[in-house]
Ligand binder design. Structure first.
Ligand code: ZN
Length: 444
């Protein structure tokens, strides 16, 4: 019986759609961009509601004070307005112009201060004097403003009226989850952080990518079940793992999506295990992408892969990004804006994620049912199938490799790697052999 390929991707179709998709993702980033997100609060909720226009997101609210492993769900932070006014009443720093102007989680303050007193609470980037830095103070109650260094230099000795109209009170930590069931209960986890304010590559690129990936996957047959998480960084994954510990054994593969929209090359950070199927699948996709790329080993720093990969979980979750955090000057500054993320980079990242999932979905291990010497391919019409007809998507060598290595100990990805073929070629050869009764799936 012929079974449908999972997530079968037609390359030509992909290229045609990529332009539209990149522009759609970029437009979605533009919608989310103005919101003042943080690890809790209204901006995070509004972002989830925008995601919820694309996919049926389940919203979870976890009360402040909930113990989550060694951590505690923090107070909820909300902000309405903030400014620094000079003695003429002009807003020299204005939250309404950029939400990056306020240090995230700033406690409320109303005061009149000299410039010298105010300076203890002002943060700039002298080496990038046009850009506003992004700063937070989640776990120490304080307040502050961020501004460009050039703006600071313009501030005269004066009495300044300072206002941060915020609240830091018991409330909730919010996260969004979309579970997409497949034929198997075994899951693929795709996680992104959505806790940064107006920053595009470092968070919104991946919020858009994961949203569109989830929407795409919901339209076709799936072997695996998929779980998409939109969480605040660190505390969100810690909270999710604590509340869902009993189910994490179902996670077979996972990716943390971050920094997926900049023009740099793709970078993959391996899972803690280093040799998990996800690590091999991503390496294979990048190797056959025809583009420059980098693969780096796991380290216990970075995004939420460090929580998924903590020793008590050791989940096979890597991080597929473009330029990693801290390796581009725009990182955590106002220059990580809508111009810094590119539709074509978003589309390229999307295509790579899909190619990785295509491997996971179709990476079976087969048994050659005619293992004693080569089966006669001619009498089965298999030579005719190949006969230079590229539409079948495989050649004689790929078929011989699949027959030879399908001893129950090599997956199709193993075979592709050993034979030096692109995965889809091996997948197509295996499909033809299966349809001719020469292969048996070892897991069925
Ligand atoms: Zn960040």
């Amino acid at each position: 019986m012929q079974e449908a390929d999972k997530l079968n991707i037609e390359p030509e179709e992909n290229i045609a759609k990529a332009g539209d998709l990149g522009r759609e993702m970029h437009a979605f980033i533009g919608q989310m961009y103005p919101l003042c997100r943080s690890i809790t609060g209204a901006g995070f909720r509004e972002t989830l509601s925008l995601v919820g226009r694309h996919i049926p997101l389940e919203i979870h609210e976890v009360p402040t004070g909930t113990p989550v492993f060694d951590w505690t769900v923090p107070k909820e932070w909300n902000i309405r307005d903030a400014y620094v006014k000079n003695s003429d009443g002009q807003r020299v720093i204005d939250f309404r112009k950029s939400n990056l102007h306020v240090v995230g989680y700033s406690i409320p303050i109303r005061a009149t201060l000299s410039l010298a007193e105010l300076k203890d609470h002002l943060f700039t980037l002298p080496e990038q004097p046009e850009w506003i830095p992004y700063r937070t103070s989640y776990y120490q109650e304080t307040w502050g403003f961020c501004l460009s260094h050039n703006e600071l230099l313009k501030m005269k000795d004066d009495r300044y009226e300072v206002c941060i109209d915020s609240s830091l009170e018991p409330g909730h930590l919010t996260y969004g989850e979309y579970y997409l069931p497949g034929e198997e209960e075994n899951e693929v986890l795709i996680s992104c952080h959505a806790c940064h304010p107006s920053l595009c590559n470092d968070n919104l690129s991946s919020v858009a990518l994961v949203t569109f990936l989830a929407k795409h996957l919901s339209t076709g047959p799936r072997r695996y079940s998929y779980r998409f998480l939109f969480i605040p960084g660190t505390i969100g994954s810690i909270t999710w793992l604590c509340l869902n510990e009993s189910g994490v054994h179902r996670i077979r593969h996972g990716l943390v999506a971050a920094c997926t929209g900049d023009p740099g090359k793709s970078t993959y950070k391996k899972s803690r295990r280093g040799d998990a199927e996800i690590d091999k699948a991503v390496a294979h996709v990048l190797k056959h992408s025809g583009q420059d790329y980098e693969i780096v080993d796991f380290s216990p720093y970075g995004y939420d892969e460090r929580q998924y990969g903590s020793p008590g979980f050791d989940l096979p979750v890597g991080c597929l990004m473009r330029t990693p955090h801290g390796r581009y000057p725009e990182y955590h500054t106002s220059a990580d804006d809508l111009a810094f993320v590119r539709p074509e980079s978003l589309a390229d990242s999307f295509g790579k994620y899909l190619a990785v999932l295509n491997i996971l979905e179709n990476n079976r291990t087969y048994l050659n049912l005619n293992p004693k010497c080569e089966p006669q391919l001619g009498k089965r019409g298999l030579y005719r199938l190949m006969g230079g007809d590229l539409e079948t998507g495989f050649d004689q060598m790929s078929m011989l490799w699949v027959l030879n290595l399908s001893d129950g100990g090599h997956s199709l990805l193993d075979i592709a790697e050993r034979a030096g073929y692109e995965f889809n070629m091996i997948k197509n050869a295996a499909k033809a052999l299966r349809e001719n009764g020469l292969l048996m799936d070892t897991e069925q």
